[in-house]
Design a protein around this ligand. Structure first.
Ligand SMILES: Nc1ncnc2c1ncn2[C@@H]1O[C@H](COP(=O)(O)OP(=O)(O)OP(=O)(O)O)[C@@H](O)[C@H]1O
Length: 616
């Protein structure tokens, strides 16, 4: 490393500057949480050094790990003998935010300052929360295994400095120069109260002078009956840097050939990075209470990445590298057992508290469904906890409830896929199904198209898109009050179909009478065997498909307009009929939310037909 002898000044990354303005300027009712954040960071630093010391025992502090608080009238300091930071670490971490979604997060903060603590928690700006109570923050730190120490210092107003310093041993001391209105945080009684509220479960001793403020026992090693709801919540907040109360807590001990304990939380809000392409897991892996790593996909499958918490096993080897541990078949076994447990807990919730489960589903359903594609072994268990919007009586239905409600003669699970559940309910394709009282699932998550490529049936009933292939509803018995509807009004469409086909040529794959329409004159469907309408739309948007495939145009033989056109088609096709053919096709596209293929032609033909109608 190049030698730095003098004090250097650096600007905060723009986003950090904006964030600090918001953090420092807002008055939170619970700004005391800054202490939890700093103690959590200190605890993480001890965890990291304990891991590093597995391969180099000389790194471990002689007297064991501890977090020490010290206060005088105007300052509060938090010291740890953990991993510490060098010059590069300081620049990388305390001055930048290397997180995706930072811009969006800051916008959200600006828009709703009232909710700032909640948002800050989800985003995890832990260290920066120090500026809620401090007008100046000093960080004196020395990285384990290195000789140089550094003093980082900032008033949180745009810039920070780093200068060489001295520190006897590795670790970090964060000193807060308390704001005038924050002097309470130098009061030992207040500090004690905050630590017992928020940091009791930290597995390292937290000391104030000679007094140890916590029991320093890893929470997950206690029996569930000895843990209060509040303790679970505080542990969740500490371990995942979150501010919400978990939606569900799963504390589970497995004993047998492979022993492990998991303490997992399902958040009650969507974490910021949920849809980040990295799809990182946030469950921490411990081996016999020694922290190993945080983001391994080998412990928790990516489709459960909303989970927070820890998994600890004494049966994994501490003497191997993180990389080797990750390919350990024992870890794979733990992963599969933990996955099973989580899915069975979700099943319980889904059955016992469906409304509560609907909230969970709203937040994480789209993520969980990724498992249908990725985890063939758990597929059935995942399907059991999946819920879907539908045209049926329940706001969200399970597949088995759908199957139970299937009509006499119905042999498939019908669905329609699109981007917006609200718009789907308006789709003309649903008309015939509604008229017969046949329930249709409304699938509006992108992932739906993908799992449907892998899963073709449930309980022996095939999934069938109502926008693809024939819709033969004849075999399905109608509801009593619909039964007397007859087909008397149905027009003979053969001539009209021939005329439209001749006019539209390659723009359509085929033109057919429809069994799925009752109110609308036309709709477009994908031919059996072609890519379904919505999937094609998605592929086109992502540049994986250039042009759309020609679709099948269906005509409603019971619709007045179509009968009139059929009548007219009995003589030779005239210009009006030709215009009508194009307009019908464009109309079907528009109803699906597409733009007309030929907007100029569309406007001209519409104009010409309106002129005729108004006698212009
Ligand atoms: N006491 C400390 N010892 C060593 N490194 C620290 C310490 N405090 C902070 N850091 C470093 O600074 C980084 C930023 O800390 P900060 O609290 O802002 O976020 P975080 O803890 O990484 O993440 P989050 O709170 O979002 O989960 C940490 O990841 C760590 O690398």
């Amino acid at each position: 490393m190049t030698e730095v002898l003098e004090k250097e000044t650096f600007s905060f990354q723009t986003e950090v500057g904006q964030l600090l303005e918001i953090v420092a300027g807002s008055l939170y009712s619970n700004r005391e949480v800054f202490l939890r954040e700093l103690v959590s960071n200190a605890s993480d630093a001890c965890d990291k050094l304990r891991y590093a010391a597995l391969t180099d025992a000389s790194l471990a502090p002689a007297d064991g790990f501890a977090i020490t608080l010290a206060a005088d009238k105007k300052t509060l300091s938090i010291s740890d003998n953990g991993i510490g930071m060098n010059h590069a670490d300081l620049l990388d971490t305390l001055g930048t935010i290397a997180k995706s979604g930072t811009g969006a997060f800051i916008e959200a903060l600006k828009a709703d300052e009232k909710d700032a603590p909640g948002l800050i928690g989800q985003f995890g700006v832990g260290f920066y929360s120090a500026f809620m109570v401090a007008s100046k923050v000093d960080v004196l730190t020395r990285k384990a295994g290195e000789d140089e120490a550094w003093l980082w210092s900032s008033d949180g107003k745009g810039s920070f400095t780093i200068e060489p310093a001295t520190r006897d041993a590795a670790g970090t001391t964060v000193t807060l120069h308390l704001k005038k209105d924050a002097k309470e945080f130098a009061d030992p009684a207040r500090i004690r109260q905050i630590i017992t509220t928020y940091s009791e479960h930290i597995s390292f001793p937290v000391k104030l002078g000679d007094e140890t403020l916590n029991a320093a026992q890893a929470l997950w090693t206690k029996a569930p009956k000895d843990i209060t709801e509040d303790q679970y919540t505080e542990f969740y907040k500490h371990t995942s840097h979150a501010f919400d109360t978990p939606w569900h807590t799963i504390h589970n001990k497995v004993e047998g050939s492979l022993n492990h304990t998991s303490l997992l939380f399902v958040p009650s809000v969507q974490p910021f990075d949920l849809f980040d392409p990295e799809r990182k897991s946030h469950v921490k892996l411990y081996v016999n209470r020694v922290f190993i790593s945080e983001t391994t996909k080998d412990l928790i499958p990516a489709y459960l990445r909303f989970l927070r918490g820890v998994v600890d096993s004494q049966d994994l080897s501490l003497n191997v590298s993180r990389e080797m541990l990750q390919t350990d078949p024992k870890l794979a076994k733990i992963k599969s057992q933990v996955t099973k447990k989580v899915l069975s807990e979700l099943k319980k919730k889904a059955t016992k508290a469906p409304e509560d489960y609907a909230t969970f589903w709203g937040h994480f359903g789209a993520v969980l469904k990724e498992g249908l594609v990725e985890d063939a072994a758990s597929r059935d268990r995942i399907l059991e906890v999946c819920r879907f919007a539908s045209t049926g009586p329940e706001a969200l239905t399970s597949l088995s409830a759908y199957v139970e409600r299937m009509k006499e003669g119905q042999d498939a699970i019908f669905y329609i896929a699109g981007e917006d559940a609200g718009k789907l309910t308006q789709s003309p394709h649903l008309e015939g199904f509604k008229a017969k009282g046949v329930e249709v699932l409304l699938l509006s998550d992108h992932v739906d198209e993908f799992w449907l490529q892998h899963i073709h049936e449930f309980e022996g009933k095939p999934f069938k898109s109502i926008t693809r292939g024939a819709a033969d509803l004849d075999a399905i018995e109608a509801d009593a009050d619909e039964a007397d509807k007859d087909d008397d009004g149905a027009a003979d469409l053969s001539k009209l179909i021939a005329a439209i086909k001749a006019e539209l040529g390659e723009a359509v794959k085929d033109v057919r009478p429809s069994k799925r329409l009752t109110d609308s004159p036309v709709c477009l469907i994908a031919d059996e065997g072609d890519i379904d309408v919505n999937l094609e739309r998605l592929l086109r948007r992502h540049g994986q498909l250039q042009d759309g495939l020609p679709r099948v145009l269906e005509l409603n033989p019971n619709h007045a307009l179509i009968s009139k056109l059929a009548e007219r088609a009995k003589s030779d096709a005239d210009d009006l009929l030709k215009d009508a053919a194009h307009l019908l096709l464009e109309q079907a596209r528009i109803v699906e939310g597409e733009t007309p293929a030929d907007p100029a032609g569309f406007a001209r033909r519409l104009g010409s037909i309106m002129s005729r109608a108004f006698g212009a």
